[in-house]
Ligand binder design. Structure first.
Ligand code: GNR
Ligand code: NI
Length: 169
């Protein structure tokens, strides 16, 4: 098992669109285990492969308090989304210290493959619905702050630059 470094916004590599997984082998199992370990260590409720500079369509999520709900989503697709939207205050391991309200469909139906390549479908609501949409955005090269106004994005970039200066001073 290994902890993997997480890319920080506005790293341009976070804009990469991930490609589908085609090989369901031991290396994939190892990668998803390392992603889960990295997510729990952070700690976070989800992690997309994009965030660890691996541009394959792989997500790990666990929204439980006791690490009992680890789910691996390979090649995930949203096949249905509610018309009703909900606002949730989101954060991101790639944008530490920033929390902003984002509006998204409140419930989504997701189709994905597991590490063995078997397809499954799951209905997501509450935090899981927020998280899976947030993670699929990462696979498409999108960070949650890109849902905000240009003014807010500029302010966030300024705040991050100030934080970085303080850390390296
Ligand atoms: O740990 C995380 N918490 C979170 C809270 C609200 C909305 C989305 C998230 S996902 C985030 C982990 C992360 O950055 N995944 O990409
Ligand atoms: Ni994120």
């Amino acid at each position: 098992m290994a902890l993997l470094p997480i890319l920080r916004y506005p790293d341009p590599r976070l804009k990469t669109v991930a490609t589908p997984v085609t090989q369901f082998d031991d290396a994939l199992v190892k990668l998803t285990q390392d992603m889960a370990e990295t997510m729990y260590d952070a700690p976070g409720v989800g992690l997309a492969a994009t965030q660890i500079d691996v541009h394959k369509r792989i997500i790990v999520i666990d929204v439980t308090d006791d690490k009992s709900g680890l789910t691996v989503f390979i090649n995930p697709e949203i096949i249905d989304a509610s018309k009703e939207c909900k606002v949730y205050e989101e954060g991101c391991l790639s944008v530490p210290g920033i929390y902003e309200k984002v509006e998204r469909p409140g419930t989504v139906k997701v189709r994905a493959q597991n590490v063995k390549g078997e397809w499954f479908e799951t209905d997501c609501d509450e935090l899981l619905a927020v998280c899976i949409q947030h993670e699929i955005d990462h696979l498409n090269g999108k960070v949650f702050v890109e849902h905000l106004s240009q003014l807010k994005q500029t302010r966030i970039k300024t705040k991050i630059k100030k934080q970085e200066k303080l850390q390296t001073a």
